[in-house]
Design a protein around this ligand. Structure first.
Ligand SMILES: Nc1nc2c(ncn2[C@@H]2O[C@H](COP(=O)(O)OP(=O)(O)OP(=O)(O)O)[C@@H](O)[C@H]2O)c(=O)[nH]1
Ligand SMILES: [Mg+2]
Length: 364
């Protein structure tokens, strides 16, 4: 007997047959599967402004996997005819200058004007932890809630050139998805400004006042690249200092040779945090666009940039193919050792490696 309690002995007590435990996972639930889209489906989704598909395509662009890269290139190529119509703005400034706060304020201003904004970044430094990207998102609090804003942190890992190329390609995808304004942020401490400068129409340098020696510590090259210098935190007790710094920057700019664009960089003060002077900054960008479109510099610069990226891509691909060639990979360290042992010269070593590479070029 299954349940002895059901014996007459225990009259009045009845134990029913048990039922099996219900499964913890609902077998009828259809889990949404991440669909493997074809390149055409990707492009169709991007052109419709589907953010999920756009994000997935950007992930492919950023991926180091060969298949992903192939797919990404196909998508980019198909998106190219629909790209190019945005205003691209580079934004730089030292850590703490207020880039994130300002981008939030600028971005909200643009969204209210009915624009669609993509915020990308170039930051090849490995020191930047995930926490700081999270911090950025919270500093772009208003913007990150907007459906017309697409915020994408910098592709991590890789050389500056590689990271920059990925951002350049992401711009194409964002433009095809209908974003009419693109911000490319970079932290103003090194080479990355040059990379950003090579992919934007307008380069904005965020500065701070109050240290008394505003012009020190800014690399001349960065100032020379700027189409606009904006002095942040012009609020509270800091307003006078900001105005003073603005005057100093204006004077310093007069010492530079005139820019190819024919545009004389403007210096403005504002407060990203208190939303003061934001409109004036956008009026300046608009004025620049009009000016450079009229005198032909806008198109000239875009063409120069396209050329630059063609050669950058070739250089990148050459380097990649060389260093990842199995024959080369195997011989690189031993050859390096021969150089260190003074057995062969650097040039002979390089020539040998190149010959080896060319001989093994077709072998994958
Ligand atoms: N008073 C004042 N403080 C500001 C302003 N803009 C930013 N801040 C403050 O300055 C600090 C740095 O601002 P962030 O926007 O994080 O600066 P960031 O340039 O993005 O810094 P990193 O991401 O570290 O490179 C924060 O504490 C902000 O609240 C401003 O207009 N006025
Ligand atoms: Mg920031």
């Amino acid at each position: 007997m299954e349940h002895p309690e059901n014996d007459d002995l225990y009259r009045g007590l009845k134990v029913n047959k048990g039922v099996a435990d219900v499964p913890t996972v609902n077998p009828y639930l259809k889990r949404p599967q991440r669909k493997a889209y074809t390149p055409s489906e990707f492009v169709e989704g991007i052109l419709k402004g589907n953010i999920t598909i756009l994000s997935q395509a950007v992930t492919l662009v950023e991926s180091a996997k060969y298949e992903h890269q192939q797919l990404a290139q196909e998508i980019i190529e198909k998106c190219l005819p629909f790209a190019g119509k945005s205003v691209r703005i580079g934004i730089t400034g030292v850590p703490g200058a207020g880039k994130s706060t300002s981008i939030d304020a600028f971005g909200m201003h643009l969204i209210k004007e009915g624009r669609k904004l993509a915020v990308l970044a170039i930051d090849p430094s490995s020191e930047r932890s995930k926490g700081s990207i999270l911090g950025d998102k919270t500093r772009m609090e208003a913007l990150s809630r907007e459906k017309d804003a697409f915020i994408r942190p910098s592709p991590s890992a890789g050389s500056l050139g590689g990271v920059a190329r990925k951002t350049r390609e992401t711009i194409v995808l964002c433009e095809a998805a209908g974003f009419d304004t693109v911000f490319v942020e970079t932290v103003g401490v090194g080479q990355s400004e040059t990379a950003v400068h090579s992919m934007v129409d307008f380069f904005l340098l965020i500065q701070l006042a109050g240290t008394g020696d505003e012009l020190q510590g800014i690399k001349r090259g960065i100032m020379e690249m700027a189409d606009g210098i904006i002095i942040n935190k012009a609020d509270g007790d800091n307003i006078d200092k900001a105005n003073l710094a603005a005057a100093q920057f204006r004077n310093a700019l007069h010492l530079f040779p005139p820019a190819d664009s024919g545009w004389f960089p403007k210096v403005l003060t504002y407060s990203g945090y208190y939303n003061i002077g934001i409109k004036e900054i956008w009026d300046m960008v608009g004025e620049y666009m009009e000016f450079t479109k009229k005198n032909g510099y806008f198109n000239y610069k875009r063409n120069e940039q396209a050329k630059y990226w063609m050669y950058e891509s070739i250089n990148d691909t050459l380097r990649e193919t060389f260093y990842h060639n199995p024959a080369v990979e195997g011989m690189l360290i031993p050859t390096e050792q021969q150089v260190l042992n003074n057995e062969i010269s650097s040039f002979v070593a390089a020539k040998r490696m190149m010959d080896l590479f060319l001989e093994n070029l077709s072998k994958k």
